[in-house]
Design a protein. Structure first.
Length: 305
């Protein structure tokens, strides 16, 4: 079968089997083309909750599929490739967090959405990269323990100097890998390009950016900007997707290392087998985890809108 034939069969089967396909923006282009919704992890979960279909196929990583299940517990949620995990989401577990809480008594725990649903049950509020500053500002608490991404946490703390922050020394291995010299090299090679970067990158990298924001924010910036060239400081698939969407503009990855193997492990054939009912993993969560994680996410909605 060709890619196009597989795509057409997936489109037929999803209608036949009452399936909504979600694709995170880091997925391959051929998967984005057969998705009902494309976006970031939280935005996709919200779309899943609004969508009338009873079955959800989340083309992303495990914590994203779990978030879909938390927001749509009555629906059947599938992860096409069970190996698709997130190294950052695996860096902390509830027992480790309890030890951190003892080290920072009285601190409110703010969890990046890139965490497991189990971990969210013992946190105070969840945030996304686009809502983190707004939510932390809106919180009554003045002392915040931000987990697990220290780079995003430091970026948020820099915007809110009136509050005290503590961090866990975690983060995204891919975004963390971007080095200062790579930014300088990209700037020298493309002097007219704007540098757009995700706040999961280290502070010395984000300090050199023309724009710092979430994946969705970076893509929106490009759509609205009159500039013709961009250096992209997030997962390399975004440079590829923007080339398809804005063929009149030029896009350059800041680093060859910014490719997420965990996202790329999901293939079009994984999706094909999943919608046929012959592959993937159904996401199941206990009632305790569903309730606890939902409380954390609901407070995010309350504070962030």
């Amino acid at each position: 079968m060709t890619i196009r034939e597989i795509q057409e069969e997936i489109l037929r089967l999803k209608k036949e089997n009452d399936i909504c396909i979600l694709a995170h923006a880091y997925q391959n282009q051929e998967i984005l083309e057969i998705a009902d919704y494309v976006g970031d992890s939280y935005g996709l979960s919200v779309q899943a909750a609004k969508d009338p279909h009873g079955n959800i196929v989340m083309c992303g990583v495990r914590f994203m599929a779990e978030t879909c299940k938390v927001l749509s517990p009555e629906k059947t949620v599938w992860l096409p490739n069970p190996m698709a995990g997130c190294p950052m989401a695996d860096q902390l577990d509830p027992e480790m967090l309890q030890m951190l809480k003892q080290k920072y008594p009285g601190y409110a725990v703010v969890a990046y959405i890139n965490t497991s649903s189990e971990l969210k049950t013992v946190c105070d509020v969840c945030v996304t990269s686009s809502s983190a500053v707004k939510i932390c500002k809106a919180m009554d608490e003045d002392r915040i323990l931000f987990i697990p991404d220290q780079n995003l946490g430091q970026y948020v703390a820099d915007q809110i100097p009136e509050k005290t922050f503590a961090f866990y020394s975690g983060g995204c291995p891919r975004h963390f890998s971007v080095q200062d010299f790579e930014v300088r090299q990209a700037r020298a090679a493309h002097p007219d390009a704007l540098f757009l970067v995700h706040p999961e990158c280290r502070p010395s990298v984000t300090a050199q950016a023309d724009y710092v924001g979430s994946t969705t924010g970076i893509m929106d910036f490009v759509r609205k900007s009159d500039a013709k060239e961009y250096i992209i400081g997030t997962e390399n698939s975004i440079a590829e997707h923007l080339q398809f969407e804005c063929p009149e503009k030029e896009f350059y990855p800041v680093s060859v290392n910014l490719s997420c193997m965990n996202m790329r492990v999901t293939s079009l054939m994984d999706v094909y087998h999943c919608v046929r009912g012959r592959g993937g993993e159904e996401i199941t969560l206990t009632e305790e985890v569903l309730t606890g994680a939902r409380r954390c996410i609901d407070r995010m909605i309350e504070l962030g809108g």
